[in-house]
Design a protein around this ligand. Sequence first.
Ligand SMILES: [Fe+2]
Length: 542
Amino acid sequence: MELGLTCARCDARGRVEWSSQPGALEAALAATDAFQQALQRQWSRLVHAPPEPVELTTGIYLLVLPAPRRRGGFGRQGTAEQIDVAIVPTTELADHPDLAGWVADTRPRGGNGDHRLPIPGNGRPPPPEAGPGGLHTRRDVDRFARMVAWMHEDGAEIDRRCHEVRAVSQQLLESYEELSLLYKFSARMTVDQPRARFLGEAAAELHQVLGLSWLTLQLADDEPRLGSLAGYIHTVGSADCPEAVMERIGRDLLARQFGATGPQVLESRTIEGAPQLQRLTQQVLAVSIRVGERTVGLIFAGDKTDGSPMSNLDATLCSSLASSMSIFIENVMLYEDVQSMFMGTLHALTASIDAKDSYTHGHSQRVAMLGRDLARACGLDAATADRIYLAGLVHDVGKIGVPEAVLSKPGPLSGEEFELIKRHPEIGARILGDIPQMRDLIPGVLHHHERWDGRGYPHGLRGADIPLYGRLLGLADAFDAMSSNRAYRRAIDCEAVLEEVAACAGRQFDPDLARIFTGMDFTTYYKLLQSHHANAPLRRTA
Ligand SMILES: [Fe+2]
């Protein structure tokens, strides 16, 4: 210690371990039974009353020092069993009348004969030299005590700040965990991806971050706006429970509105009437997924894998993810609403076009379905197949610009009438050109009357120059036209139509597409055709 004091670590049993090189006097004093007994007697005072100087015995003062700080460790005194002290011998040591008794007890361990500490005034040799500061006065002790008090104050301040730093660090850690989890979730949050897989991956991420034995995400089965997600259930981890049982537990928790007002951590034994849950877990964490005022789902989970109790951070992270899932599910619902309205409008539009000719009732819907089936049979991805379905629905939208009398004329068309009919692909393409979300459908609309041999219209494109959408829909369109009653002829039976398709491969149709098409199953198509014929409006007689 820079004040010139001898420092040591003492324990309740009076043992001394030097922290700095002691003077011969301090070393001799500390080795005495009297010193150790005094230390034991005064121990409680030393532990509980720093930084006041404690007079151990006449002429010897101890100043309790703040404990040294170590990396990662704080605290002023590590344990009550050990304290750090400065040993301050004073001039009173030589003058006190009781000193004789004190000295009489001074016998070094294992020594023989009279090794009593020599003290001046007793007619013996001068005392051994004291530590670096020598013998001190009582005033020195007070001065040292004030300095040590400042050290304690500084230590307390450092402790307080360290505590604050730890608290902030913990907050940062928790915020990081939360942000990291939400970032991963939001980065993948788009409504046009497989939704169940996305929710399942999010549940797995939460399960892993929280270190839970198991975690289940369950959505309500009585919420129609959830669409295909209604009744969805996904469990990650080792629940050791059949899915049907887990589903019943989840439905029960949903009915009880667990977690509806925020995350709940409960001892399962406190939940009445839930024996299956009690067998499954000791603690259960539950938080509901809400859209508006409605509970549409629930996240519930059991026990930490390391056996520790669930923490506030666990509940917070679970709640944050549930909130994000709520947003995702609400977006899915809104997206489905818009899609449903869009498709309804589109069906109404195409039905009104088909209705211009009673013979083509349901034609657009059937072409759409055939086009999508053919796209799937060709191995095109689901998104492309869905776009081809839309293109099929609107492929004849340009007929809106063709006189109804021409469209439904029962007899052969004149050259002028046929020219009017031939305009409908370009009219349709212009209509769609004004709708940004449907511009990718234009090739199907514009080119569905092109032929593989180049004798089609409107542009007379040949072979692979014809856009794929046009080739697919051209085939579907021709097939449906042959399979349906028309003003100028009766429907042709399926086998004959397929023979005609095969015969026209390489002339009217893309030969590869024709080969795939003739191998398709048309059961659903014919059911739809029958339904449309049964519901077709009465034919006009004039
Ligand atoms: Fe057409």
